[in-house]
Design a protein around this ligand. Structure first.
Ligand SMILES: NC(=O)c1ccc[n+]([C@@H]2O[C@H](COP(=O)([O-])OP(=O)(O)OC[C@H]3O[C@@H](n4cnc5c(N)ncnc54)[C@H](O)[C@@H]3O)[C@@H](O)[C@H]2O)c1
Length: 722
């Protein structure tokens, strides 16, 4: 039996508590000439790289360098499902000087670099997240083996925090896999699962979890037999051509092109990361590492990075809403209404392990829902994100029928039928009559109707809650959890837990017309429609908002939402908020002309969303009826009339207590309407723009154009004290 076979199996089991003296953040053990360095204590389920942990890694490496008769080192996580999730984001947030960021990068990379200086083979044994700084540590190892557990993931997601990898990641990964693959991963912060990482030649070997440490020992033994410290690796094929020859310019040009279009153009970090990757192929390692550290320092202090880090903490905060002690697990759900929203919601439930029944009065939507789910699954199958038996299991979890049947075994009942209060109230009453248990959650996906009015019709109104998904539910990351007058904490908590399980971010919003997102959106799309009638072209309006950083201009958005829906929502808003939200006459006129948007084959734009749609004639007629000369608004006027009222409305929502704090506004509007993430959210944008500037401009618009621009008292008060 070789020494390898004699090692303890159960690779990722927690280490025996035998910490080497002086180390608190890592655990170092020795067994038969092989050292195992665990990156955390056995009880740690989340490992990040704090200053203290980096110091302990350094101390452990120093000890390894002087330990006699050692023939290899295994670096692994503290236990199953966790290697290292990357640098502590608090550190990234707190660095405010570029020189400090650069110094932190130099420090981390020089510590990790000492692994390469060890004379013996160092093998990373990976299970669970191996991301950012954690992956950069693994890249300094001589060999990487990984467990085939689903939790295993590698990648450099730093650009998502507005920075570049700084602990050698751009240099080591580019040299390992070549420029095209490194750019594909680094510029988009893309993560790879185990099999993908093996195909990319990042992971050398994928083994069952229980064999992870054994495999790591085998790799050490193999290298020792060959009298080598590391494997010899060479770039091959296109990776070589596009890295090591003048053809590299092609890869760089293509990357630059995509980084300078769309929303990507607002983010400096990927462009800087691109330069670093090229440096990895042009410069000596020492110079490449130095350039990378400088780039990290420059990026870490940008407002884009600070905005993205702010949003990161907000998403973490919202995820904790799902951990409330009163939150119940939803295992069986019933969705009523299989249209645009219901089909998407039911598919999301089934995809995330909830046994789901979808009911509709018609058969066609039910067949459509199954087909829509299959389309999504086919995409995942094609990208090898799931296996075919998993896709089958997901489909099997979605049952469809035209009758709800017995509701006894239901944890959550949610309706997504037509936007009509009586219909929704009746359905809730029917559900109770058909045996829905008293403790099941009754939810509505309404976008504008009062949840409280629905509560008043049912027994145990405290379990009625709004769970407002956005369209399409498969893609939109926000869920507004609506608290009606009688909703209790358990219902709110359960809805939040469900949203988190679906991979969404919940925000809790009080029951009020339009809730948060649609209410803030109302003045924005109304104003865009008014500017169309004054003579500004849809293209000019949309491109101004795209240049501001929105994912889509308001005219395109109107076409996507549909003028029928816009009309309905704007009527609700008008009734609730009178003149401030008076609907623009364009909405009704478009409905009358049957130019509803995408759903009727065209609205302001044609059905492809590019050319002119049938709505242009409607706009021209209304312009003529106004009898005023057409006037094209300037870029700054567009910004002031579209974005500043959005800011005002958000603060009104906060002051009326719709949401708890400014953080909800920031997250809600980034995730709900795509307010530019690099700003860090609407309140951070407002502060940077200057609240006094916004108030004074709104006052000016109120005097020169209409009283709807009059800023709210809360905004004035904040402007005075800013
Ligand atoms: N479409 C959106 O962008 C969007 C976004 C968020 C929320 N919502 C809300 O979601 C709800 C549904 O909207 P939608 O766009 O999916 O509507 P839809 O018209 O596409 O679908 C409604 C479905 O409900 C079915 N239905 C009607 N009465 C029923 C009944 N008694 N029992 C069972 N099924 C019944 C219809 O057959 C239809 O398939 C509405 O409350 C809407 O306000 C819509």
């Amino acid at each position: 039996m070789s020494t390898v076979d004699k090692q303890t199996e159960g690779a990722v089991e927690a280490a025996p508590a035998m910490p080497t003296s002086g180390l608190r953040e890592v655990v170092l053990t020795f067994e038969q000439g092989v050292a195992t360095l665990r990156l955390g204590q056995a009880q740690e389920t989340m490992v990040t790289l704090t200053e203290a942990r980096i110091a302990d890694i350094e101390a452990a490496i120093a000890q390894l360098a002087t330990t006699p008769d050692l023939h290899g080192v295994i670096i692994t996580g503290p236990g199953p499902g966790m290697f290292c999730a990357g640098a502590d984001v608090n550190l990234i947030r707190d660095i405010t000087a570029a020189a400090d960021g650069e110094a932190a990068a130099v420090r981390g990379r020089s510590v990790f670099g000492k692994l390469r200086d060890l004379k013996i083979p160092v093998v990373a044994a990976i299970e669970g997240p191996c991301l950012g700084g954690g992956f950069e540590l693994a890249l300094f190892c001589d060999v990487r083996v990984a467990s085939d557990a689903k939790s295993t993931q590698v990648g450099l997601p730093e650009v998502k925090l507005g920075i570049v990898p700084g602990f050698g990641g751009t240099q080591n990964l580019t040299r390992l896999v070549g420029l095209p693959k490194a750019l594909e991963l680094i510029l988009a912060g893309k993560l790879l699962r185990g099999p993908q990482a093996v195909r990319a030649r990042i992971i050398d070997r994928l083994v069952p979890a229980a064999k992870l440490l054994t495999a790591a020992r085998q790799e050490i033994e193999k290298l020792n037999k060959q009298k080598k410290k590391s494997k010899v690796r060479k770039l091959r094929g296109m990776a070589w051509w596009l890295s090591r020859t003048p053809l590299r310019a092609l890869a760089v040009r293509a990357a630059n092109k995509s980084l300078n279009k769309g929303q990507a153009r607002f983010y400096p970090a990927p462009k800087r990361a691109l330069q670093c990757c090229v440096d990895a192929l042009r410069l000596q390692p020492v110079d490449g590492f130095a350039r990378e550290a400088k780039a990290l320092g420059d990026m870490i202090v940008t407002s884009e990075s600070k905005g993205l880090v702010h949003l990161f903490f907000l998403t973490e905060r919202q995820k904790r809403l799902g951990k409330h002690k009163q939150a119940k697990q939803v295992d069986r759900a019933l969705v009523i209404g299989g249209g645009v929203m219901g089909a998407g919601i039911a598919g999301q439930f089934a995809s995330n392990g909830v046994a789901t029944r979808l009911c509709d009065v018609a058969l066609e939507p039910l067949a459509g829902a199954k087909a829509r789910l299959q389309k999504g699954l086919d995409k995942l199958l094609k990208r090898r994100r799931i296996k075919s038996h998993e896709a089958t299991a997901i489909q099997d979890r979605l049952a469809v029928s035209i009758s709800p049947g017995n509701l006894r075994n239901t944890d959550l009942w949610i309706e997504a039928v037509v936007e009509n209060l009586e219909v929704k109230q009746k359905l809730m009453g029917d559900a109770i009559a058909h045996g829905l248990p008293d403790d099941a959650i009754l939810a509505t996906n309404t976008s504008s109707l009062p949840v409280t009015a629905m509560q008043e019709q049912v027994a145990h109104p405290e379990r009625v809650v709004g769970i407002h998904f956005f369209n399409p539910p498969e893609k939109m990351p926000l869920v507004e959890v609506i608290r009606g007058k009688h909703t209790n904490e358990a219902a709110i908590a359960t809805a939040c837990r469900l949203a988190v399980r679906l991979g969404k971010f919940p925000i809790i919003v009080q029951d009020s017309p339009g809730f948060l997102v649609n209410r803030c959106l109302s003045p924005y799309i109304n104003e865009a429609a008014r500017m169309l009638l004054e003579g500004t072209s849809p293209e000019a309006i949309d491109s101004a908002m795209l240049d501001f950083g929105m994912p889509m201009g308001p005219c395109r958005l109107l076409d996507e939402v549909g003028f029928d829906v816009a009309t309905k929502v704007s009527e609700v808003m008008h009734e609730a908020f009178s003149d401030r939200m008076q609907p623009c006459e364009l909405f009704a006129a478009m409905v009358e002309a049957k130019a509803l948007g995408q759903k009727t084959g065209g609205g302001i734009y044609d059905k492809n969303g590019t050319g002119k749609g049938p709505g242009r004639a409607v706009i021209a007629t209304l312009q003529q009826q106004r009898g005023l000369p057409a006037r094209e608004a300037t870029r700054s006027e567009l910004l002031h009339r579209l974005i500043y009222p959005l800011v005002d409305e958000a603060y009104r929502c906060l002051d009326e207590g719709l949401v708890e704090d400014e953080l909800d506004l920031d997250l809600g509007l980034v995730m709900g309407i795509g307010f530019p993430p690099f700003t860090g959210g609407i309140t951070r944008f407002a502060t940077q723009e200057g609240l006094a500037t916004i108030v004074s401009k709104l006052d000016e618009l109120s005097r020169s154009l209409a009283s709807r621009f009059n800023p709210c008292d809360g905004l004035r008060r904040r402007a005075l004290s800013s």
